[in-house]
Design a protein around this ligand. Structure first.
Ligand code: SF4
Ligand code: SF4
Length: 308
């Protein structure tokens, strides 16, 4: 059913969504009002916070995505992410039952950790891929079709499992392909590569995993003293490309955590929060590297393109 109609039929105008979202409160609207504001399609951070507080489980993300499909925007995002210029595809000919899928952001912000992961996979006889999962294409309102290139790789390399380093790739690719999608944490746990964190750590959950915590289920087994300190921050500010329309709100979200120590599992969240905080990425910490986020984007992207 049309999602806008679902909101119209179910919203009881309690205002909880407005109270919990800087975008909705800026325009003094609730999700029912949002269904009449197609002009605000690109102002939503797609962060899912509203659905977590709404007594009717309504979600502004789906209103925004429905509007965006009517008015696709940011053609450059579509062009560069659909055909990612720093792509580095598997080279091998024979079977790779597991494929390390690094995505596009993780290898640029965490080059050393990425190289270590590639080596671990190589040791087990598996290949890797650096490419975009096309989540930004969907956020720009363009049709979200499976990647033909990845479908070919699954067939040619006889891939059983795609192992994602990025939570957005995991949630974007899940159930779309003829291979099982697992997170890097499942894989590292399976091969006993995780060095546990035995001290307290404050976790910032990336939007795609914040409320269902599918990926975090594995992480928490290896960071048993984790704390949920950053509940009031909806997003790192990069969500849903909304920072282009709502720069002030996005900056406010990033600055809402300052002079703190953050553990997270999204490279983009790491990059945003590292401006004001000490940030640790769980993958890097679990491997005993604890690499600082590296913002030399172009240099790292080029290096990733030519990793062998
Ligand atoms: S929280 Fe849900 S029910 Fe309440 S106003 Fe928002 S959309 Fe409507
Ligand atoms: S998804 Fe996030 S930004 Fe969008 S309406 Fe809901 S709470 Fe606000």
């Amino acid at each position: 059913m049309d999602y806008l109609k679902i909101v119209k039929d179910n919203c009881i105008k309690c205002g909880l969504c407005t109270d919990n979202c800087p975008f909705l409160s800026k325009y003094s609207i609730n999700l029912l009002d949002f269904t009449k504001r197609e002009d605000l399609a690109y102002s939503c951070f797609l962060c899912n916070k509203c659905s977590n507080v709404c007594p009717k489980d309504l979600n502004g993300k789906y209103i925004s995505l429905a509007f965006r499909q009517n008015t696709p925007k940011y053609k450059l995002v579509k062009l560069t992410k659909e055909s990612y210029p720093f792509r580095n595809l598997p080279k091998r000919k024979g079977k790779s039952s597991d494929l390390l899928y690094l995505g596009c952001n993780f290898p640029t912000f965490y080059p050393e950790t990425s190289k270590t992961l590639i080596d671990l996979f190589k040791d087990k006889g598996f290949d890797f891929s650096i490419d975009c999962c096309k989540n930004p294409v969907k956020s720009s309102g363009y049709k979200d079709t499976p990647s033909k290139l990845l479908e070919d790789q699954i067939k040619n390399l006889d891939i059983d499992r795609i192992v994602t380093a990025c939570p957005n790739c995991y949630h974007q690719m899940k159930k779309k392909y003829d291979a099982q999608i697992i997170s890097i944490f499942e894989w590292l746990e399976e091969y006993n590569y995780i060095k546990d964190i035995n001290h307290e750590c404050n976790v910032f959950y990336p939007c795609s995993d914040r409320y269902n915590r599918e990926i975090f289920e594995v992480i928490k087994r290896h960071a048993p003293k984790y704390q949920d300190k950053f509940k009031s921050t909806n997003c790192c500010g990069a969500g849903g490309l909304a920072s282009k329309e709502e720069r002030e709100i996005a900056d406010g979200m990033t600055k809402s955590i300052k002079n703190d120590e953050i553990y997270t599992y999204c490279a983009t969240c790491s990059m945003r929060f590292s401006k004001y905080n000490k940030v640790h990425h769980f993958v890097s910490v679990f491997l005993g590297i604890d690499e600082e986020v590296n913002t030399d984007y172009l240099k790292n992207a080029l290096k990733a393109k030519f990793f062998k």
